[in-house]
Design a protein around this ligand. Structure first.
Ligand code: GRF
Length: 222
């Protein structure tokens, strides 16, 4: 991307939009220089839609319940995204599994954050599963989106210690503090042209990243 081009970023949300708020704040601090072209929610009642409105980001609702199949929903989602010509799509608490057609159409241009150190615990209830397994850490991973659920090439991950007496909510809060650090970092790398996906691997500064992404050093915030 040339120096004067302002990249266009789209967000997909389903719920609170707490990751979306992270990016609104990061842009406010000039950590991220981008045009936030739209926020699309599959859930008309997602509180995150108001966060977008408050930040003057156009909103769209594509309600999955109005479509007969995942493919039909994704086709509408893709045509809605296409209107905005995004350079990057940020999944920010988007709770629908995407079909290969839309993922492949935006291959290398979609990032997600997943609340575990992948490949551990793809899917839901990650914090509870880590606690139940007696793990010493939970965490989060930013990864490129591919058709495999939570299986795309990792970009950066952070391990967050599980403490005595933790429940899923306490751990989720501690992990989320770290999500606020690693997700904007990955997006900055991408928007500055340093991060890309080739051959199902994430590359940073012209080198392939380790299989579970760059390790981000845990910094305790509380
Ligand atoms: C975050 O914990 C993230 O890891 C997961 O969704 C959560 C944020 O949801 N993908 P929301 O933005 O508050 O809806």
């Amino acid at each position: 991307m040339n120096q004067s081009y302002i990249p266009k970023v789209a967000f997909l949300i389903s719920g609170n939009g707490s990751n979306l708020q992270t990016f609104i704040d990061a842009r406010g601090m000039h950590l991220i220089e981008a045009e936030y072209v739209c926020t699309i929610s599959n859930n008309p009642d997602a509180p995150g839609l108001q966060k977008a409105v408050d930040a003057n980001i156009p909103t769209e609702v594509v309600d999955h319940r109005e479509f007969p199949s995942r493919e039909a929903f994704d086709a509408k989602l893709a045509s809605t995204l296409d209107k905005y010509k995004p350079d990057l799509i940020i999944l920010a608490g988007f709770m629908r599994v995407l079909t290969p057609d839309i993922v492949n159409a935006y291959s290398g241009k979609m990032l997600n954050i997943h609340p575990s150190v992948l490949p551990n615990y793809p899917g839901l209830n990650t914090h509870q599963r880590a606690i139940d397994a007696g793990d010493s850490y939970g965490g989060a991973t930013v990864h490129f989106v591919t058709p495999e659920l939570d299986g795309g090439p990792p970009v950066v991950h952070v391990k967050v210690p599980i403490r005595e007496g933790d429940d899923a909510d306490k751990l989720a809060k501690r992990v989320f503090e770290q999500e606020n650090l690693i997700y904007p970092l990955a997006v900055r790398w991408f928007l500055s042209g340093k991060l890309s996906m080739h051959n199902n691997r994430a590359w940073l500064f012209g080198r392939p990243l380790p299989p579970n992404g760059h390790p981000f050093k845990y910094i305790a915030i509380d």
